[in-house]
Design a protein around this ligand. Sequence first.
Ligand SMILES: [Zn+2]
Length: 341
Amino acid sequence: MFQTVTKIELRLTAQAIISRVRSKWGRPRHLGTTLQNTLKSFVRFTGNGLHSGKPVHMVVRPASADYGIWFRRTDVLIGDTMVQARWDQVEQTQLCTRIVNAAGVSVSTIEHVMAALAGCGIHNALVEIDGPEVPILDGSSADFVQAFLRTGLISQNQAVRAIEILKPVSVVRGDARAELTPASEMHIDFHIDFNDEAIGQQTKGLTLANGSFVRELCDSRTFCSQSDVETMQANGLALGGDPAENAVVFDGDKILSPGGLRHTDEPVRHKMLDAVGDLYLAGAPILGRYSGDRAGHSLTNALLRELFADPDAWRFVECTPSMAARLPGAGVHLAEFPAVA
Ligand SMILES: [Zn+2]
């Protein structure tokens, strides 16, 4: 028996078939969402590790959608050489962020390249490195950012997923505190208080969207007190530290680094840069407000562990174009790069 098929039904059937075909091939499935990015091609870096002082070669390569950020130790020839840049791979350290896999293979001082990847909106990359520590370069994220933006990005075939903060989560350790609270955009507030008069107390807040990471944070260098340098070097650390090349060194009310500061509040800006890098170990951009008071790498990692221990505190959301415009990597252009001192 013949059934009567109306024009409307025919149109609906055709739409269902087209939708299924499009879904299989992917592309139109994410209309209305913002797509992930990777690099157009690989980028090379050469320099010394801050703590080891040893030369290292690093190549940041494009990676497929949903890959995330991984490191591969090319100098390790046996066993598992891959280490995922994720919060639960972080080994507790005070001076830098170190990730380690189950085989004990590690990569240290990843925070500045992670900040550059987050700040440029790069969601997928494989970082190959022939030593245990990322090169310190000038002590900031500037060289990474410039190289990434010069190389350029390509959009991929999957939507950006962000981590939306649903309720406040905080960690306190002595007089240090770090907190994540719900917010419609990625925002960072930071406060520091150092004994060296040349640093003292500094406070800054910044919404990380529309290129603000590149304009405001990416060129701020790592810093320390002269007394810390002596202690670290006595313990075999900061062997690659050089106040003329890759760190701002303070001694009381003096700045020992030739050329002085790039910003009057460069230290708090660098702490915010570190936080951007450490928060990217969440595995996706965060839609929420981070507040750090004298916080460091270890406390920010403890905060992520606290967050992910509570399934009611966060959720994944696919980013619409309007949401993605509020993420750290939105709208970044090389033209916005600051004139580095
Ligand atoms: Zn740092």
